[in-house]
Design a protein around this ligand. Structure first.
Ligand code: E4P
Length: 217
């Protein structure tokens, strides 16, 4: 499973990238707002660090304007994936931009039928939002599983990019049901390393080691 980082925090991206944990990056208008930076400038900086797909989202709502914004965003770097919302205009934009050979990430997906439409429109990635479905007591993981089955039934090449990941359990379950990619904030990726038994075991090893009076260096 590929790991994308869901942030525009350049320092956090660089830190995870050094460990080989970053296969790509996703941003959205809220993430850009939180960064406090200019979208073109910060996206360019991210693309200079990460060689995998970097999603940059359009903000227009009419297809014609979305296409123009998408083309402008795609000029930032070769690894830009233009992110479009799953609306009818977004699907039109997806078809046009993907036909031009650009990567397109169709976002704000909340149903299997929406994912089916995105695949038919030539999306490179479909982004189903797990956490936001869980927030309203629906089953985000069931959606990932349904899309996996549908795409496999018909051999669609669109990659399932599990988004709105809030917990380490979301990551594990996405890997189990076969999401191609997951995108999570740096805090969730780092939390994957935590285990209470690791901490406890290390504490015991350190205590016993101190009793030996030995040194390795
Ligand atoms: C994905 O591409 C989105 O940027 C993101 O995962 C949304 O997550 P949220 O629901 O936690 O805002």
């Amino acid at each position: 499973m590929k790991f994308f980082v869901d942030t525009a925090d350049v320092a956090a991206i660089a830190e995870l990238n050094e460990l080989g944990m970053v296969d790509g990056v996703t941003t959205n208008p809220s993430i850009i707002m939180k960064s406090g930076r200019d979208i073109l400038e910060v996206t360019k900086e991210i693309c200079s660090i990460v060689s995998g797909p970097v999603s940059a989202e359009v903000v227009a709502t009419k297809a014609e304007d979305m296409i123009a914004e998408g083309r402008k965003l795609a000029e930032i770097a070769e690894n830009i994936a233009v992110k479009v919302p799953l609306t009818w205009d977004g699907l039109k934009t997806c078809k046009v931009l993907s036909s031009e050979g650009r990567m397109v990430n169709v976002t704000l997906c909340f149903s299997a039928n929406q994912a089916l439409l995105a695949a038919k429109a030539g999306a490179t990635f479909i982004s189903p939002f797990i956490g936001r479905l869980d927030d309203i007591n629906l089953d985000g993981m069931e959606l990932i599983s349904d899309i996996r089955q549908i795409y496999d039934n018909y051999d669609f090449q669109t990659q399932i990019l599990a988004a709105s990941i809030r917990t380490v359990n979301h990551v594990r379950e996405c890997a189990l049901v076969g999401a191609d990619v997951m995108t999570a904030p740096p805090s969730v990726i780092k939390a994957m390393a935590n285990h209470v038994l690791t901490d406890k075991g290390l504490e015991q090893f350190m205590a016993d080691w101190a009793k030996t009076g030995q040194k390795i260096l």
